[in-house]
Structures are given as structure tokens and as C-alpha cells.
Design a protein around this ligand. Structure first.
Ligand SMILES: Nc1ncnc2c1ncn2[C@@H]1O[C@H](COP(=O)(O)OP(=O)(O)OP(=O)(O)O)[C@@H](O)[C@H]1O
Ligand SMILES: [Mg+2]
Length: 365
């Protein structure tokens, strides 16, 4: 079974590493010959919006998936007509645009921050009058790691903020003074089998995920999150892994966004769950039975941004697992991560504190 992956980033690399034991072989499309996936598969060099390169990737594979979200849906319909392309193009298209994503949440009865579409300065003024401040102005497309966002405070000058966005379509969201952020990850197979991982709690700094802790262990929120994921699964007749990011406000879930793929907040599942999100994605799109999502003890995952810590001090921490994606360092770039697995929350937190110090990250609080 040969699988083509659009994008050869760390997610693609981890998908391939999980897929080899199941007999899958991998080929990637990426602009960079030394993307992380190049270590574990053949790279077709090219842009994600080049129809000829997409077609070249499709040649010689049996099944296609993606590790990036910014592939034009219009080009993927032709691919999906040729060979199985999963998760479905419809899920990718809707989640590429924060406006259609918010509308979908509304249709499915999933709470979100209040929002308004912003297409010009006049509609920004109207939206601010309606939603108030603080609020968050975001590009509708192409945002990641908090890029393409601006928080509007009482002092913000709307006209100059608007100009910085260069006329691209925007959305204004209510700023949520959340208690926590959590995410749920699940998988649905082409045989309609569904599994759900325990919620992870996620801590961001400057819009970038710094660390996750799992299982979060709130059975009511877990049930609500699984119900929401199930609604999305059915809506898209989904196959593969799907993630929803939430804010927790007054003890309830408010949806932030969807990722129709494996997710950074699920990296802990490689060592911390019976079956990883990556293996379950491969199983799901191949129509194989899904694996148990049960947590093995208590895990924490921290991202290494801009710089990798040395191996020795990390590996001397009990239960630590080091992942180096082999990327060229750049400030704030995700270069690798480390997962800690421990028998108790107290042991996990002690190990996490040591790791956060190595990664140059402030701990909780
Ligand atoms: N409406 C909001 N209220 C409060 N905080 C927010 C809001 N929107 C975003 N944030 C903060 O910024 C982070 C990144 O936002 P968001 O998930 O929308 O961006 P992104 O660029 O798509 O990130 P990624 O794709 O890396 O998850 C959120 O996890 C949260 O910490
Ligand atoms: Mg996000």
C-alpha cells in the first residue's frame, strides 16, 4: 500500500514512521528537498498548488492524504476522482476558511466565540461595534501558529490595523477570557468505526503551542467533545484523524477551530497512548480496524521552538522521549518535541518542570 502525502513536514514524517510497520510506503509532495519527510520517503519537489506536481504525486500511489491544510480544494477534486483522497476534500475546504468553519459549528450546534465577517474598514467598524473589545481580528485563510492575527484593544487604531492585513478577507472574533484550552482528537475509518482520544490540555504562548498535558480527565467535557467530533464525522462522512481545539469557559466547551488532520496536541499519543494518532490515521484511511486510544499513564508533550536542547539532559529525565524533526533552526520554528510518560500526575509534573527549564519555557502559572 503506497501512500502519497501532500506536505513533508514533521506531521508527514511521523505519519510515515507509524505507517511503515503496517506495510505502507510513502511519497511526499513538498517545496523543500530537505523537509522532515525526506528522511523517510521519496519527495516530489513542487508547490502544493501546482496541479502537475499533485498529479505526479498521485502517480504511483494507491491512496492520498495530507499534512498541510493550504492546498487549493479546487485542485484536489480532480485527484479525488482518480484515487482515494482522505480525509475528504470537503472537510479540508470548509476548515481552510475560518468563516465557513464558524458557520459549520453554528449549524452543528457547537458553541463558538461571537464573530463577524470583515471585508472592508466599514464592516470592521460595524463588527467592533457589535462584538466589542478586546477582540481578535484574524485572516480567514492561511493562519497558523497564531500568525495572521491581531488583538484589538481599546487603544487600537482600527484603520491602521485594517491596513496591515492588506485587504485579505478577515473575521473578527470575541476575545475569550478562557480558563483553559483543550483539544479532542478522534479517528473515523472508511468502515465508519470511530475512536476518541482523551482530551489534552494545551498551553500556548504568543499563539504557539508550548506544551500539552493528557489525559485531561474531565468526563463531562470529554463526553461533550466526543459528541461534537461525532457530529463533524457524520457531516463529512469523514475518514482519518480530526481535531477540534476548544476554549473552556465557565466549565463548558467553546470551539476555536478544526484541524482535519493529526495535530500537535496529539504528539503525546506516540508514547502515551496504546495506539498513536499517526497510526490510527493510517489505519483509518486504509480501512483497517482502529487501535485503542487509551492513555498509558500520564503524559506531557513540550515543543522545542527555535533551538533543540541537547539529547543527554533530556534523556536523563525519567520517562522522556526525544523527537528531533531534523529541521534547520529558525526563531520560533517547531524543531522537535519531547514527551514524558509517567505513572502519576505528580511524577509527570516533576519531569515536565525539568523539561520546561531545558526548553526555556515558563512553567504553569
Ligand atoms: N478568540 C480568542 N480568544 C482568546 N484567545 C484566542 C482567540 N483566538 C485565538 N486565541 C489564542 O491564540 C491561539 C492560536 O489561535 P488559532 O488557533 O485561531 O490560530 P492558528 O494560527 O490557526 O493556530 P494553529 O493552527 O497553530 O492552532 C489559540 O490557541 C489561543 O491561545
Ligand atoms: Mg489553533
Amino acid at each position: 500500500m503506497r501512500i502519497g502525502i501532500i506536505g513533508a513536514g514533521q506531521l508527514g514524517r511521523m505519519l510515515a514512521l507509524a505507517g511503515y510497520p503496517l506495510g505502507s510506503r510513502f511519497r511526499f509532495l513538498d517545496r523543500s528537498p530537505d523537509a522532515p519527510g525526506a528522511q523517510v520517503g521519496e519527495i516530489v519537489l513542487g508547490r502544493f498548488d501546482d496541479p502537475d506536481k499533485l498529479s505526479a504525486l498521485a502517480d504511483g500511489v494507491d491512496l492520498m492524504t495530507f499534512d498541510v491544510e493550504n492546498v487549493p480544494g479546487s485542485l484536489l477534486h480532480a485527484i479525488a476522482a482518480r484515487l482515494p483522497f482522505l480525509p475528504p476534500v470537503s472537510a479540508l475546504e470548509i476548515t481552510q476558511d475560518r468563516l465557513s468553519e464558524k458557520k459549520l459549528f453554528g449549524e452543528l450546534g457547537i458553541a463558538t466565540p461571537r464573530w463577524q465577517a470583515v471585508d472592508d474598514l466599514a464592516s470592521l467598524n460595524d463588527a467592533v461595534a457589535d462584538i466589542g473589545r478586546p477582540s481578535v481580528l484574524k485572516t480567514r485563510r492561511l493562519g497558523y501558529d497564531g500568525r495572521g492575527q491581531s488583538i484589538l484593544t481599546r487603544d487600537s487604531d482600527l484603520e491602521s490595523v485594517y491596513r496591515r492585513f492588506d485587504g485579505v478577507p478577515l473575521i473578527l472574533e470575541q476575545f475569550i477570557d478562557y480558563e483553559r484550552e483543550v483539544s479532542v482528537i478522534g479517528a473515523r475509518s472508511t468502515r465508519c468505526e470511530c475512536v476518541f482520544y482523551p482530551l489534552a490540555e494545551n498551553v500556548h504562548r504568543d499563539g504557539i503551542l508550548r506544551y500539552s498535558i493528557a489525559p485531561f480527565g474531565d468526563s463531562q467535557l470529554q463526553a461533550a467533545a466526543e459528541d461534537y467530533l461525532q457530529r463533524l464525522f457524520e457531516r463529512f462522512d469523514y475518514a482519518g484523524v480530526l481535531t477540534i481545539e476548544f476554549f473552556v469557559v465557565d466549565g463548558a466547551l467553546v470551539a476555536n477551530e478544526i484541524a482535519p488532520r493529526v495535530h500537535n496536541s496529539g504528539h503525546w499519543t506516540i508514547e502515551g497512548a496504546v495506539t498513536s494518532q499517526f497510526e490510527n490515521h493510517i489505519r483509518a484511511i486504509r480501512g483497517l480496524p482502529l487501535g485503542s486510544t487509551e492513555a498509558r499513564g500520564h503524559s506531557a508533550m513540550i515543543n522545542f521552538l527555535g533551538e533543540m536542547p541537547a539529547l543527554e539532559p533530556v534523556l536523563s529525565i525519567p520517562g522522556a522521549h526525544y523527537h528531533d524533526y531534523g529541521k534547520t533552526p529558525r526563531p520560533q520554528r517547531k524543531l522537535g518535541h519531547c514527551t514524558i510518560t509517567a505513572a502519576t500526575p505528580a511524577e509527570r509534573d516533576a519531569a515536565l518542570d525539568r523539561l520546561l527549564a531545558l526548553g526555556g519555557i515558563d512553567g504553569p502559572g
